[in-house]
Write a protein that binds this ligand. Sequence first.
Ligand code: PLP
Length: 379
Amino acid sequence: MKFETKAIWVGQEADKATGATIVPIYQTSTFTQEEVNKHKGYEYSRVGNPTRTALDTCLASLEEGKYGLTFSSGLAAEHAILSVLHPGDHVIVPEDMYGGTYRLIKEIFEPVNIKFTFTDFTDMELIRKSFLPSTKMVWIETPTNPTLKIFDIKAISEISHKKNASVVVDNTFLSPYFQKPLKLGADIVVHSTTKYINGHSDLIGGAIILNSKELYDKILLVQKSIGAVPSPFDSWLTLRGVKTLAVRMRQHEQNAFQVARFLQQQPNVSEVFFPGLESHPGHAIAKKQMTGFGGVVSFKIKGGLAESNNFFKKLKIFQLADSLGGVESLANYSALMTHDYFPKELRKKIGVSDNLIRLSVGIEHIDDLLADLQNALNQ
Ligand SMILES: *Cc1c(COP(=O)(O)O)cnc(C)c1O
């Protein structure tokens, strides 16, 4: 079955009890048992709920993995993955990463003695040199937020497996429609389903997809013990969003391409970041490991915070807001929004400068989006 068909039908067969064509919202905390320990597969909704199972199954199928697990946020999913580590274990992570992941590492995992080495993942030699005998995991996020650097999933997975380390890929920016990390050699895929997978900016959610039964059991135990699970309603909304993932991603990408090319021609713009542009340093790897370039475009406006604020104020369609991946276009000032937790020097090193603006290009009509940007850039 092809991606578009799976998004609509896998895990979502007509309800056996009632014939409901669409998966019902099983809004219940508990399930009546026939006898002690005899039930229809569900006991208590922290552990499992049929609406959530439908979502888990569908997402696993879209990533071409065996197991899917969904969470109440992307960060809860990331927390569950890192929770399988033990004090003294070492993880290699990119310097470029989502601000919340960086904070999770600094505030929650480093204090309990999980060790992290931050390095530049565009340099394979630096990654190779970062391995220690205690390295258990390598964490990849590609394309990165917000500068859209591209890291080579296949090459990094090969080195990591030689060292017996598991590879995690945060696939939030592309969704399984444009990138399937498990097929490229990764062991675990993690998503903030808040973004493209749900796609409508109306909930917070996360997901993990993987093939190893051993890792699945460990993460499942964390999920069951901590309980950061999505509600039946959020699971249902996410499923509803997933049905249109393919068509949305195609339109996001088409609009993003046009926005990137438009920005390149603007006198008030000094640099444009979009992996689909041939001038992008990661373009060759992007073409190899992705089937599309996504819907996020970042750029440097000439000036700094004042010029950026002028731009944001003049926007009418693009909203100044955190987040990305919804059908509506958003603009973000990374240095003081998504990346405000980063130390200033690290922000500077990874290119999150005071004039960097990230656009999540929505699926409104491209003419309206370009007119909005044109008007806001004419200062
Ligand atoms: C948003 C985001 C997260 C965190 O997900 P939440 O759903 O906000 O908890 C993790 N990684 C990336 C790349 C993100 O964009």
